[in-house]
Ligand binder design. Structure first.
Ligand code: ATP
Ligand code: SKM
Ligand code: MG
Length: 293
C-alpha cells in the first residue's frame, strides 16, 4: 500500500493527529511535556499532530501511555457504543425528566449519591475562573474549611506540582489526586469547599470519583477573561506560551476550553463569571450550591 498517496490513509493520519492533539489539550499538556513523558521527540509529535507522521504502533502506545489512556481509546470512534445509545436516549428528555431518570438509574443500579455530598462543594474550571477567590469566600460564608486540592497533593507528595509531573508523569499525578480527594472527602463529612486543578475533568475515573463525593460547580468565563486574569497573575500554565498573551496562547486556551467544555458541563451547577464582578459572582455561587444544613 502506498500510504502517503492514498487519500484514505492521509485522512486517517489527519484524524489520528487531531485526536492526539485533542487529548493533549484535554490533559493541559504542552507538546514538550508529552515529548518528555513519552520519550518521543517534539518534532515527531508535531508531525503526528499535523497528520504527517507515519506513526508506528510502538510510538502510538508511548504517546497513549503518557496521556494515561489506552491505545484503543486513542483509536476508537465510539469506545462505548452502549453508552452512546443511552446518552442519545437521555438527550431526548427535558430537564425535569432528566432529574427523574438520574434518580431512577441511581436507585436501580445502587449508584445513589454518597451521603453528605451536597455539603462538600468542589469548584472546577479553567485557570482564572475564580475558583480560589470565590472558593475562599464561600467557605468563610458557610463556616467550613477551604482546601486547594493541588496544594494538598503537593503536601502529601512532599514536593511541587512540577516535580510530581517530572517524576511521575500525568498518570502519577492523577493517582495522587484520587488519593487526596478521597482523603479530603473522608476528613470533611461536615462540609468543605475545595478548588481543583483545571485538568481534573480530563480523566473519567477521577471525575466520576470527584462527582460521587462532591457537589461540583463549574466556574466559567470567556476565553479573553480567562486569559487576562491568568496574565495578571503572571503564570501562563497550561497554555502554550512563554511570551505572555500572544494570539497563539489565546488559540491554545480556546482549544483547551473547547475540548473540556462538555466535561465541565457535567457539573451539578454552572456559574458564569463573564462580565460579572467578584461580588456578583459570589452571590451567584451562593445561589448555585445547596443551602448548608
Ligand atoms: N466575576 C469574577 N469572579 C471571580 N473572579 C474574578 C471575577 N472577575 C474578576 N475576577 C478576578 O479573576 C481572578 C481569578 O483568579 P483565581 O486565582 O481565583 O482563579 P482560579 O480559578 O483559582 O485559577 P487557578 O486555576 O489558576 O488556580 C482574580 O484575580 C479575581 O479578582
Ligand atoms: O488546566 C490545566 O491543565 C492545569 C491547571 C493548573 O491548575 C495546574 O493544575 C496545571 O498547570 C494544569
Ligand atoms: Mg486557584
Amino acid at each position: 500500500m502506498q500510504l502517503m498517496t492514498d487519500p484514505e490513509a492521509k485522512a486517517t493520519l489527519a484524524e489520528l493527529g487531531t485526536r492526539v492533539r485533542a487529548w493533549r489539550a484535554r490533559r493541559g499538556m504542552t507538546r514538550k511535556q508529552l515529548a518528555a513523558d513519552s520519550g518521543l521527540s517534539e518534532r515527531f509529535l508535531a508531525d503526528v499532530e499535523g497528520g504527517k507522521g507515519n506513526v508506528s504502533i510502538n510510538s502510538l502506545e508511548a504517546a497513549a501511555r503518557a496521556l494515561n489512556i489506552t491505545i484503543l481509546e486513542l483509536l476508537q470512534d465510539a469506545p462505548r457504543p452502549a453508552l452512546a445509545r443511552v446518552q442519545s436516549l437521555l438527550g431526548r428528555l427535558d430537564e425535569g425528566q432528566l432529574d427523574q431518570a438520574y434518580a431512577l438509574l441511581a436507585a436501580s443500579f445502587g449508584l445513589a449519591d454518597e451521603q453528605g455530598r451536597e455539603k462538600r462543594v468542589a469548584l472546577i474550571g479553567l485557570r482564572g475562573a475564580g475558583k480560589s477567590t470565590l472558593g475562599a469566600q464561600l467557605a468563610a460564608g458557610r463556616g467550613v474549611p477551604f482546601v486547594e486540592l493541588d496544594r494538598e497533593i503537593e503536601r502529601e507528595a512532599g514536593t511541587s506540582m512540577n516535580e510530581i509531573l517530572l517524576l511521575h508523569g500525568q498518570a502519577g499525578l492523577r493517582r495522587l489526586e484520587r488519593r487526596a480527594l478521597l482523603r479530603i472527602a473522608e476528613d470533611n463529612a461536615e462540609g468543605v469547599v475545595m478548588t481543583t486543578g483545571g485538568s481534573i475533568v480530563s480523566e473519567r475515573e477521577t471525575f466520576d470519583l470527584l462527582q460521587s463525593r462532591f457537589w461540583c460547580v463549574w466556574l466559567k468565563a470567556s476565553p479573553e477573561e480567562h486569559m487576562s486574569r491568568v496574565v495578571a497573575q503572571g503564570d501562563m500554565r497550561p497554555f502554550d506560551s512563554t511570551r505572555g498573551a500572544t494570539s497563539e496562547a489565546l488559540d491554545d486556551l480556546r482549544r483547551i476550553l473547547a475540548s473540556r467544555e462538555p466535561l465541565y458541563a457535567r457539573a451539578d451547577a454552572v456559574v458564569d463569571t463573564a462580565a460579572r464582578s467578584v461580588k456578583q459572582s459570589f452571590k451567584d455561587l451562593e445561589r448555585a450550591v445547596p443551602a448548608p444544613r
